[in-house]
Design a binder for this molecule. Structure first.
Ligand SMILES: Nc1ncnc2c1ncn2[C@@H]1O[C@H](COP(=O)(O)OP(=O)(O)OP(=O)(O)O)[C@@H](O)[C@H]1O
Length: 599
């Protein structure tokens, strides 16, 4: 590279990675190709830069495209999974030879530059998981484009023309796009478009509204009289109904006054419990808003727990509570009872399930007990909200252990494999026990895997996400979407919910293997792992802590293969949890044997 190009590249890295270390190499006195600048690959002449790959390096700066493009022959720019901010500048089009642009998982904002359409050599573009807004540029003239991934942004407007017959990958899901999905020539299914409330038409389930018919000329006077007639009839009907209602209301209110008087004196239990809620000094933060709240003590169903034998609804209300989080399923409170017992109380709102069905569901789940599944201690159900009481686990969750704990190193390969094995066996057991009832976990993730006092894994919140619940996860939506589009005689609904659990379990395996945090239902992690494998960088995906500990690469690769089977985009192709548990157990046994046979 020329001296000017080298200076410009140093400027580029200073803006992109202000906190980079000395060992990155990028300085004016060294050669990018011969001195091994971090992330730089050159052509075989060792004179010009071919690729710049700076993935996962916590880059926090901005992309200075003008400086970058001083290296004229650059083909690959990859900045995946960093924290790059600012825009993707228009000057990117000066890198005329770019074939691959990977900017996935950053904090880019602003619109995608129209100049992208001038990069005629582009093959793969991934700008997913950013904050890009505005429209998608027209890239239909780029004949060799194979990948366009822009999911999880805030892009708006209509989807422009693409040469769909040529594209291998296309995803614009989870944006604010609107209008009809263009003709795909049967190439992509709805998963590429889900999560755009304004999009319509095939392959999405919602058809586009018919375009308004052209107004007929000459009939306006006739229309006017016709509509005025309708309006007049409408007004007369509304007035008649209103008159009747007012008359009825007067009689009813007289009756109600009489009824209320008798209730205040008659229903003593109800008035005491609401009073205790109002004046209790140290009461919990959750407020029981349902009409049935007065009947609290009778509505709290205590299941089996020696810890809270005599637990009453009022005890929960009076005890101090700390809000620990608001998740997809509801809020979670840590409640400390008088006796010093701590409970975790999950409060779920807007779950449209009858009281009887909810009760039956909770009792069924309670019957299928497994030592690695956290049992529900008690539950309460009103028409507006549900409370689930669990024992509080002081050791936190797998999520915390993996991503927030200071001594992550101690969570070694053996422990991770053992955890994977126990969780898969527990899930398989629950699935089999609840298969006939169609009750899957529904919201499996590392924050719902808790750790007991003995550091044993406990699956929490089993069965709290119902397939019919309105607020379904994107993943469940995706699976039920596949189901609705599957051929007749395909997967049945409840089976699909179990396969959604398999997917979520696969993501937990990826978390254990890579040590990476999961976002967006794990789709980004899954995609990153898949692309690393495609590019034959498999070893790169493993958690550095595992690699430096000397964990067996063979075992890690075997577990990775299980994970990949679990996260197959087609729910039908995923194994069931019994099969998964069997394979993981074999990997574990194999590992244990090879350790014991080591000299
Ligand atoms: N029984 C429990 N004991 C200790 N910590 C718990 C318990 N249940 C949940 N937690 C932790 O409390 C925090 C908040 O829980 P919450 O269920 O609201 O979060 P979430 O799992 O992200 O949400 P959701 O399950 O609704 O999607 C999480 O970190 C979770 O691991």
């Amino acid at each position: 590279e020329t001296t000017e190009a080298r200076d410009a590249l140093v400027q580029f890295i200073e803006k992109l990675a202000p906190q980079r270390g000395e060992n990155w190499g990028w300085n004016r006195s060294s050669d990018p190709c011969k001195s091994g600048w971090k992330g730089v690959t050159c052509y075989s002449d060792l004179a010009t830069i071919k690729k710049i790959v700076l993935d996962e390096l916590n880059l926090t700066g901005m992309l200075d495209a003008a400086s970058l493009c001083s290296t004229k022959a650059l083909m690959v720019l990859s900045l995946n999974s960093n924290n790059v901010v600012g825009t993707l500048p228009d000057e990117i089009s000066k890198c005329r030879h770019l074939t691959h642009v990977y900017l996935h998982g950053n904090k880019f904002s602003g619109s995608l530059p129209g100049s992208l359409s001038r990069l005629s050599n582009l093959k793969r573009v991934d700008v997913s998981d950013n904050g890009f807004s505005g429209g998608i540029p027209d890239m239909s003239r780029i004949s060799g484009l194979l990948t366009f991934l822009a999911d999880n942004n805030q892009l708006s407007g209509e989807i422009p023309k693409f040469d769909f017959s040529n594209l291998e990958e296309f995803n614009v899901s989870n944006n604010n796009l609107s209008g009809p999905v263009p003709d795909l020539g049967g190439r992509f299914n709805g998963t590429s478009f889900l999560g755009n409330p304004g999009l319509c038409g095939k392959p999405l389930p919602n058809a586009c509204p018919p375009s308004p018919p052209a107004r007929k000329k000459g009939s306006s006077k006739k229309d006017y009289f016709m509509y005025s007639g309708y309006a007049l009839i409408g007004i007369i009907i509304v007035s008649l109904v209103a008159f009747k209602l007012i008359k009825k209301g007067k009689t009813n209110s007289k009756k109600n006054v009489a009824k209320k008087g008798s209730q205040v004196t008659g229903d003593k239990e109800s008035s005491t419990s609401s009073e205790s809620k109002a004046v209790g000094g140290n009461r919990s933060e959750f407020s029981i808003t349902s009409a049935e709240s007065g009947r609290g003590s009778s509505s709290l169903v205590v299941l089996s727990s020696p810890m809270v034998n005599e637990l009453k609804f009022e005890d929960l209300l009076r005890s101090p509570a700390e809000l620990l989080g608001r998740g997809r399923n509801g809020s979670l409170y840590k409640v400390t009872l008088n006796e010093g017992v701590t409970l975790a109380v999950k409060r779920i709102r807007d779950w449209y399930i009858s009281r009887d069905d909810f009760k039956k569901r909770m009792q069924r789940i309670d019957q299928v007990k497994h030592p690695n599944v956290l049992p529900v201690v008690a539950f309460y159900c009103s028409s507006q909200e549900k409370l689930l009481v669990y024992e509080f686990q002081e050791n936190g969750s797998l999520f915390r252990l993996l991503h927030e704990s200071k001594n992550r190193q101690s969570f070694d390969w053996g422990s991770r494999l053992a955890l994977a094995s126990k969780i898969s066996a527990a899930l398989a057991y629950m699935h089999e026990g609840l298969q006939a009832d169609g009750i899957a976990h529904g919201n499996l993730k590392s924050s719902n895997i808790l750790l007991s006092n003995e550091m044993e894994p406990l699956i929490s919140e089993y069965g709290l996400a119902d397939a019919d619940n309105q607020d379904q996860s994107f993943l469940a939506q995706l699976d039920s979407f596949q189901e609705n589009n599957s051929p007749p005689g395909g997967i049945i609904s409840s089976n699909n919910a179990f396969k959604t659990d398999t997917y979520s379990f696969g993501i937990i395996l990826l978390e254990l293997l890579t040590g990476n945090v999961v976002q967006n239902n794990g789709f980004d992690l899954a995609r990153w792992v898949n692309s690393a494998i495609r590019e034959e960088w498999t070893v790169e995906v493993f958690d550095k802590a595992l690699v430096s500990e000397g964990a067996s690469e063979e075992s890690m690769v075997s577990l990775l293969q299980v994970a990949l089977k679990c996260i197959d985009i087609s729910s039908a192709a995923r194994p069931n949890m019994r099969e998964v548990a069997g394979i993981i157990n074999t990997i574990r046994e194999h590992e244990e044997k090879s350790i014991s046979s080591d000299p």
